[in-house]
Design a protein around this ligand. Structure first.
Ligand code: FES
Length: 192
């Protein structure tokens, strides 16, 4: 991958990655943040990868390990996109059922849904969970779908010692540009 030398090149890379994405393709995102590691997300991720491969679903289903979704106490978290169905505390033994029932047949498995403490209601979609409703997720709002973009940035950062762009003034400009687009933090609380 060539080294990026400007914010414009970063934007072009982003646009080209987004342009290759099929928004209707099923994506199984598994949080691989620190908290979910402690709850066994690595085994869950591998089980999904093996199951998708063994069932010949690689052209129809993507499996992506993501960064932290923020709801660490409920990990490992699995979100089935594009709908955004959230399963919490997923175990390796749950993987065949999630793949067969939810990803292939579009059926929701109730026992793995989050239960709202106040109402007792089972909540199906990630964005409907009260924990997320007071938040406006900026950078991490595409967690899982922007894997290629994040991966590209990570690769660039690994080359940082050879990165001509990394002079103090330019770095300041880059950070300012990113903050202008995404805000100063990955996730910002709304004022409501
Ligand atoms: S580490 Fe998985 S939600 Fe935070």
């Amino acid at each position: 991958m060539p080294t990026l030398k400007s914010v414009g090149e970063l934007e072009s890379l982003r646009a080209s990655i987004l342009g290759k994405r099929d928004p209707q393709k099923a994506v199984i995102t598994i949080c691989n943040g620190t908290g979910c590691h402690a709850h066994g997300c690595v085994g869950v991720t591998e089980a999904f990868r093996e199951a998708v491969k063994s069932q010949g679903l690689e052209d129809k289903v993507d499996v992506r390990a993501t960064g932290c979704h923020g709801f660490c106490e409920r990990g490992p978290l699995v979100v089935i996109k594009p709908k955004g169905i959230l399963y919490q505390r997923v175990r390796v033994k749950d993987v065949p059922e999630i793949l067969g029932e939810t990803v292939v047949k579009d059926n929701v498995i109730e026992r793995m849904l989050y239960t709202d403490r106040a109402s007792g209601r089972k909540i199906e979609l990630e964005h409907e969970v009260p924990f997320y409703q007071g938040q406006q997720r900026l950078v991490l709002g595409n967690n899982g779908l922007s894997h290629g973009y994040a991966d590209g940035i990570a690769k660039q950062m690994q080359q940082v010692d050879r990165w001509e762009f990394l002079h103090a003034d330019n770095l300041h400009d880059l950070i300012a540009a990113l903050e202008k687009q995404y805000g100063a933090h990955g996730r910002a609380r709304s004022s409501k």
